[in-house]
Design a protein around this ligand. Structure first.
Ligand SMILES: C[S@@+](CC[C@H](N)C(=O)[O-])C[C@H]1O[C@@H](n2cnc3c(N)ncnc32)[C@H](O)[C@@H]1O
Length: 199
């Protein structure tokens, strides 16, 4: 069965195009069936985009990038920074590459692969993700538990979830793994959680 998180989504390739305006930035998105939230920006992603911490000069990872909206906004907010976008879904990787070009983002690149595999031996100031909740708790737990290995001192993992639909549990896991945790913001039942490694 084909999911938005399949490596090779099967089925038709129906194209969509829409604009996203967030934090004073306008982004054009080309999307297609077979990727997450293909027709419009996901509500959780929107909440994350509004609350995520991005600093210029940072090296950032957009884990599970879909068509690339988080990485694109992060790259535009940090023109001297650099973003690596990754996804397991080949169609998403193709669209994210297309959207970087379409939005003239040059301080970013897209890689294909499973979770942290494409960035093995690399570290980041922040990892930002709207995690693939449909894949189940095991994958979500791995994203959190393995994150410190890929973070620089004082690096931050930031993710969004619906607090009452798994988010509470993810925040508990985050609190067990990271010495410093906080909620960066909340809206419409979604919360943006952050965990910071020590310095
Ligand atoms: C909830 S979607 C978020 C997509 C995009 N960041 C957004 O906010 O619109 C999660 C993404 O994680 C990807 N994903 C699922 N399992 C993965 C894995 N094991 N490794 C890498 N990416 C994965 C899915 O293909 C999907 O694009």
């Amino acid at each position: 069965m084909s999911h938005y998180y399949s490596e090779f989504p099967s089925g038709s390739f129906k194209k969509y195009r829409f604009r996203v305006r967030v934090r004073g930035i306008e982004v054009i998105i080309e999307s297609a069936s077979g990727v997450f939230s293909a027709r419009r920006l996901d509500k959780g992603t929107e909440v994350l985009l509004n609350y995520m911490i991005v600093k210029d000069g940072w090296r950032m990872l957009d884990l599970g990038c879909g068509y690339g909206i988080i990485g694109i906004v992060a790259a535009k907010l940090a023109p001297r920074g650099y973003v690596i976008l990754t996804d397991i879904n080949k169609r998403a990787v193709m669209l994210a590459k297309r959207n970087l070009a379409l939005n003239r983002v040059h301080n970013a690149e897209v890689r294909w692969g499973d979770l942290y595999e494409p960035v093995r031996n690399e570290t980041f100031d922040t990892i930002i993700t709207n995690p693939p909740q449909a894949t189940g708790m095991k994958i979500l737990e791995r994203i959190i538990v393995e994150a410190p290995r890929y973070l620089k001192p004082d690096g931050i993992l930031q993710f969004v979830a619906r607090h009452r639909k798994g988010g509470r549990r993810l925040f508990e896991i985050l609190s067990n793994v990271f010495p410093e945790v906080e909620t960066l913001g909340s809206r419409s039942g979604y919360r943006v959680y952050a965990g910071k490694v020590g310095s």
